[in-house]
Structure formats: C-alpha cells, structure tokens
Design a protein around this ligand. Structure first.
Ligand SMILES: Nc1ncnc2c1ncn2[C@@H]1O[C@H](COP(=O)(O)OP(=O)(O)OP(=O)(O)O)[C@@H](O)[C@H]1O
Length: 332
C-alpha cells in the first residue's frame, strides 16, 4: 500500500504537485494519468524518496522510503529506462543493484529470464534498444521480489509483443496480491490494463476511482437507433417525452436504456435496424476531464473536435469502440 497525504512540490513559483492525497491499494493495477507536465513523474520521484516534498508525505506500507531497509525488497520501480551505467553489462547492472540490497545473485538470473534478456545478459547496456532498456529497467524493478511495483511509461519503445508481455505481467503481479502503480500516455493501453485510475492535472487530483466509474462520470453514454420508419419513431419518442438528437441517418437518445427504447418500438410495431448502447472510450473521458488543465496546447489549423458532451454536436468516430473492445479483452 502506498499512501500520499497532502503531497506538495514547488519549484520556486511553480507548483508541480499540489496537495495530493490518495492511496494505491494492493491486488489491483492502478493507472496514473495526466497530461504532459501534470506532475506524474514528480509524484513518482517523491514516492521513491528521489525528491523531497515541499509539504505532505508519502508512506510505503506505513514507512517513509528512507526508513526502508533494503528498499528494493519493498518497492521496485521503473522510472527512466536510460538511468543506468551504459558501460556495464545487463548482468552486472542487476548484480550491483542486488548486492546493494542484500539480494542473492541467483535472483539476477531469474529476472533476466523473466524479461527475456538472458541471451544478451553479457552485452553492454549502452548498445541496447529502447525496448531492451525498458526490459532491463523492469528486471531491476522485479529484482527484490517486492510487494509494490511502480512503472513510469513502461510500454515506451516496446514492440506489440513486448506491450502484450508487460500488460500481462502487471495484471499477474496484481492478481498475486501486489500493489501495481503505472503511468502511461497510451489511453487504449491503460483501458486494457488498469482496474483503478488516479488522474491529475496541473498537480491537482482530478479523479480517484474505478475505471468503469471514471468512464461513466466523465463521458456521455447514449443509445443509437436506426429505423426505416424514422419519422414514426421520432413521433413515438417525442410522445413519450424522450429527447432525441438527430445525427445523420441515426437517432441518439440519452438517459434511457436500450431495453426501454426497444420495447417502446415493439409496442408501436416499428422496425429497428439498429439499437445500440454507446459508451465513450477512456481517451475521450480523459480528454473531457483534463481539457481545462492541459498545460501545453498544440496549435493546429484542423477543425475543432466535436464535443462528445454536447448532444447537439455528437461525436461519431469510433465512439465507445475502444473502451468496449478494451472491456471485452479484459474479460477474456
Ligand atoms: N527540477 C524542476 N525544476 C523546475 N520545474 C520542474 C522540475 N521538475 C519538474 N518541473 C515542472 O513541474 C511540472 C510537472 O512536471 P512532471 O515532469 O512531474 O510532469 P509529468 O506529468 O511527468 O509530465 P510528462 O507526462 O510530460 O512526463 C512541469 O511543469 C515541469 O516543468
């Protein structure tokens, strides 16, 4: 368990992290999201005692990081895959970490095997690709067989096979009862991996809730209807006081379940060609929540994105497909 209480970090005038209070619980994967510059890395660095908070504190299983004896046995972290001595071999890099934390040499072989680097264990880390560096960083995090694991952008530079591997690794660590805290910019990846989300913007806590609750609270859900008897269907819906948004050839209804709308159509002997609940993707929910707190905006001449929250201006492209796909894969 990681507990943050009023955690704050200021750099001169700049407040990078502002009064963050939340807990990261064992047995689930907790995703850490925020736009660029939101304060994710600063928060993670303070969790690991690499930066001192201006105010507040972080406890790892009730203790400050500095109080942990052999910290790698409590908490393993991948923060920056390049943070290693490039002239050392992968094996020697891990051996140094192991020796400074009272971890047996045999464990080095085990973690090299786990991350798939046994064949290049004697090669110098400076010759490693970004993906290999990530794997070596993950090996370092796993070395002490800790109960708490923290990964900052772990899929950076990994190929699809590597992404699949790290996703399953994080899930299996959580299933085994460990605390897993992971940041990522890839929303689709987060949707497939995380059970719980902590979202920050400009250093402040914006959300701390389960993934389905996050999607529900921050995005629009509606039912899409298509009928060859469109005008009659509109009449029937209006007669029942149901508000309808007309969008191209389809009708969209908020706040009424698909079952109710299907039964209403059946009672009125109306043919439906489509009756489909739509739910926003994690990415859309995230954009919605953090729109106010994005620090760095790109300037573009492209037309503005349509607002998914505004029923007069519904967004069509792939709505819900990512999230629903994610849910299906999660359940699989
Ligand atoms: N050493 C520092 N001195 C001054 N400002 C800093 C320092 N480190 C971070 N900041 C500022 O604090 C804010 C938070 O930075 P941080 O790197 O924690 O954000 P982040 O969410 O990890 O961003 P990204 O997703 O881009 O990695 C940024 O505005 C950054 O410029």
């Amino acid at each position: 368990m990681i507990e943050l209480s009023g955690l704050t970090k200021r750099y001169g005038e700049k407040t990078a992290v502002a009064d963050l209070t939340f807990s990261v619980r064992p047995g689930i994967v907790t995703g850490f999201l925020g736009p660029n510059g939101a304060g994710k890395s600063t928060t993670m660095r303070m969790m690991l005692g690499l930066d001192n908070p201006t105010a507040g504190d972080v406890r790892i299983d009730g203790k400050h990081y500095a109080q942990l004896k052999d910290p790698l046995r409590y908490i393993g972290a991948l923060l920056d895959a390049k943070a290693m001595h490039g002239g050392r071999s992968a094996y020697n890099h891990l051996l140094c970490l192991a020796q400074s934390n009272g971890i047996p040499r045999s464990r080095v072989h085990e973690v090299l095997d786990t991350v798939g680097l046994t064949a290049v264990a004697r090669k110098k880390a400076k010759g490693f690709s970004l993906g290999m560096g990530q794997r070596l960083g993950i090996a370092g995090a796993l070395l002490g067989d800790p109960q708490i694991l923290m990964f900052d952008e772990p899929v950076n530079g990994l190929d699809p096979e590597g992404i699949h591997w790290i996703r399953n690794l994080m899930k299996s660590l959580a299933t085994a009862g460990r605390t897993v805290f992971v940041s990522s910019h890839l929303m689709s990846e987060m949707a497939l991996t995380a059970d719980h989300l902590v979202v920050i913007g400009q250093g402040r806590l914006l959300a701390d809730m389960s993934m389905p609750d996050f999607i529900r609270q921050n995005s629009r859900s509606y039912v899409r209807l298509r009928s060859p008897q469109r005008e009659r269907l509109l009449d029937v819906l209006h007669r029942d006081g149901i508000t309808v948004v007309e969008s191209g050839g389809t009708l969209e209804v908020d706040g009424h379940p698909a079952e109710e709308l299907g039964e209403l159509a059946a009672r009125n002997q109306l043919v439906l060609h489509e009756l489909s609940p739509q739910q926003a993707s994690l990415e859309e929910a995230f954009m919605q929540l953090t729109a106010e707190s994005v620090e760095y905006h790109a300037h573009t001449d492209a037309p503005e994105q349509q607002n998914p929250q505004n029923p007069q201006n519904p967004q069509q492209s792939g709505w819900g497909s990512g999230w629903n796909q994610a849910n299906r894969e999660k359940g699989a």
